[in-house]
Design a protein around this ligand. Structure first.
Ligand code: GLU
Length: 298
């Protein structure tokens, strides 16, 4: 079995009590099956959240703008044929919006590349960001994070017929592609100085470069790479083990402490919902992503 449910730190009784104390901020688990198309949460009513300018803006406008990725299959992906967004991050984003009382049809997804995330949050272009966004001390100086809601690690994607790269030890002299402003490109530049770094704004351009032979490897989080490998398993493969720890957070404007606490509580109270979201996205057949819900600590 791919998914092992993490031993719950919060017993069921504690979760129930926390919900009772805080009102219905996570939406109750709907009891429905996410895999069947129904959502495992409900849109919260009577939300009580004071001291959050972002939440005040969301309620006065009646919509929420959420920054996402649109080219990362399984995580944050927009179908070119239907224009529908899908993936684990997208479902987490919809759940967070629902816990704030915002229904799916009132969500505006805005694709924002890795290097533009802090700025988009700081200038209010997006109300929150949910897109493979690692919590780092550096970023925490500019923005706030709720979470983490997912943990993965940096990995490597190579052409299926290339047997010269089997782990991060094999990168000397290799052209290694990642996204500008990401933690993996920074890691390559700082700790793998014999590799030849190549950057694009988004990972799908790295994958194109890998396929046409312009680069030798794509490096970013394993969860992202497994999505590309699943999409083109004839030509691509993920090699080696994750060699960093990437903890995904929900990006918020700096100083949004009340909103951060609220979303943290949604995550903490919603272990059942998280599991259903995971099962309906990354836990599906064809995906090799393995994960359990991490404890919130931000
Ligand atoms: N999680 C890493 C980061 O936040 C890589 C993925 C991404 O660029 O979104 O930098």
């Amino acid at each position: 079995m791919k998914f092992t449910k993490k031993a719950s730190l919060l017993g069921a009784g504690v979760v129930t009590m926390a919900l009772a104390l805080t009102g219905c901020n996570s939406g109750t688990p709907g009891g429905s099956d996410a895999a069947s198309g129904e959502k495992p949460y409900t849109v919260a009513e009577n939300v009580s959240l004071n001291g959050s300018p972002t939440y005040d803006k969301i309620t006065s406008e009646g919509t929420i703008t959420i920054g996402v990725k649109e080219d990362q299959p399984g995580m944050g992906y927009k179908s070119l044929t239907t224009n529908e967004y899908s993936g684990f991050d997208i479902e987490i984003a919809r759940w967070m919006a629902a816990s704030l009382g915002v229904s799916e049809d009132k969500i505006q997804f805005m694709p924002i590349a890795s290097s533009n995330r802090e700025q988009a949050l700081a200038n209010g272009q997006v109300d929150m960001y949910v897109g493979t966004y690692s919590i780092t001390d550096n970023r925490k100086q500019m923005i706030d994070f709720a979470g983490p809601y997912f943990v993965t690690g940096q990995g490597l994607l190579v052409r299926k017929d290339d047997n010269s790269i089997n782990s991060e030890q094999d990168l000397a002299g290799k052209k290694v592609c990642s996204a500008t402003g990401s933690t993996p490109i920074q890691n390559i530049r700082e700790n793998f100085q014999q590799a030849i770094p190549q950057e694009f704004d988004v990972y799908s351009k790295c994958v194109d470069a890998l396929k046409n032979g312009t680069v030798d490897a794509v490096t970013t989080d394993q969860a992202i790479l497994l999505g590309y490998a699943a999409q083109d398993s004839e030509n691509l493969k993920v090699v080696g083990e994750p060699f960093t720890t990437e903890r995904y957070g929900i990006g918020l404007k700096k100083g949004e402490t009340a909103l951060k606490d609220y979303l943290n509580q949604t995550l903490t109270n919603g272990q059942e919902i998280w599991t259903k979201i995971y099962d309906s996205t990354l836990g599906q057949a064809g995906s090799d992503v393995q994960a359990t819900q991490p404890a919130v600590d931000n």
